[in-house]
Write a protein that binds this ligand. Structure first.
Ligand code: SF4
Length: 234
């Protein structure tokens, strides 16, 4: 990892986690299917749409919504609500199927919601507040969210973890991958290094967001990106 991209693990490492569980009534254990369990960090409902659609054919997907960077709280709740809406609707569209061995392959997507404590974000990006979007502040922000995901994946017995962050054309795939692989090694969990914007992934997320009637935000998430956005608008 280059010096520039080196994010401060010590600062963001925490053992305390508060996670809320929402829905997802059937899982592969109930149905005796042996598939890999994937924990997918999601930054928002719209970005998660195409990624979930792509991953469910191969993995039992649990979505982890952990985004203490989002400002203000009303915006956080709006994005969380869009996430729940998508998962609920998506699960309804899925039907139980069978393989040639006669085994059910149906798995409902589960949603886990991490703690919303904006102080965690402000602490992680201390001193980097005036960085431009895409700079070191964002590296710390990715690191914070991905590290918590890796911790939850380890504690929850997941096989692999991933993030929807790579679906955005505004976020650097190389940086996110570097952090994911680093944390995967650190926590002993495989990181799925996939550029979800490829193969029309970003476009598909826009289509699905429209189809499911999801709220789509117009700024990345934190107070600084909101201010930048407002300045550009003026
Ligand atoms: S611009 Fe986005 S990625 Fe960067 S710090 Fe703010 S919320 Fe995080």
């Amino acid at each position: 990892m280059s010096e520039k991209r080196n994010f401060s693990l010590e600062r963001i490492e925490r053992t305390y986690m508060k996670v809320t569980f929402f829905g997802g009534t059937k899982n592969s254990e109930d149905l005796k299917v042996d598939r890999r369990k994937l924990l997918l960090h999601s930054c928002c409902g719209p970005c998660s749409t195409g990624v979930i659609e792509r991953l469910v054919s191969e993995y039992d997907v649990t979505v982890f919504f952990y985004n203490p960077n989002i400002y203000p709280e009303e915006e956080y709740l709006r994005r969380l609500s869009a996430q729940k809406k998508f998962i609920e609707s998506f699960n309804k569209t899925r039907k139980a199927g069978e393989t040639e061995k006669g085994v059910l392959t149906f798995h409902q997507v589960v949603l886990l919601v991490g703690e919303y404590n904006q102080d965690e974000f402000f602490e992680a990006v201390k001193g980097l507040e005036s960085e431009k979007e895409g700079g070191q502040r964002c590296v710390e922000c990715y690191g914070l969210r991905l590290e918590r995901t890796a911790q939850v994946a380890q504690l929850g017995g997941f096989d692999i973890f991933a993030t929807t962050l790579t679906v955005s054309p505004y976020k650097d795939y190389g940086t996110i991958t570097e952090i994911g692989l680093f944390l995967g090694e650190r926590y002993g969990i495989e990181y799925l290094a996939t550029d979800f914007k490829k193969q029309n992934g970003y476009q598909r997320s826009i289509e699905l967001s429209k189809e499911y009637g999801l709220y789509r935000q117009d700024y990345c998430g934190c107070i600084y990106s909101k201010e930048e956005r407002e300045k550009t608008r003026k």
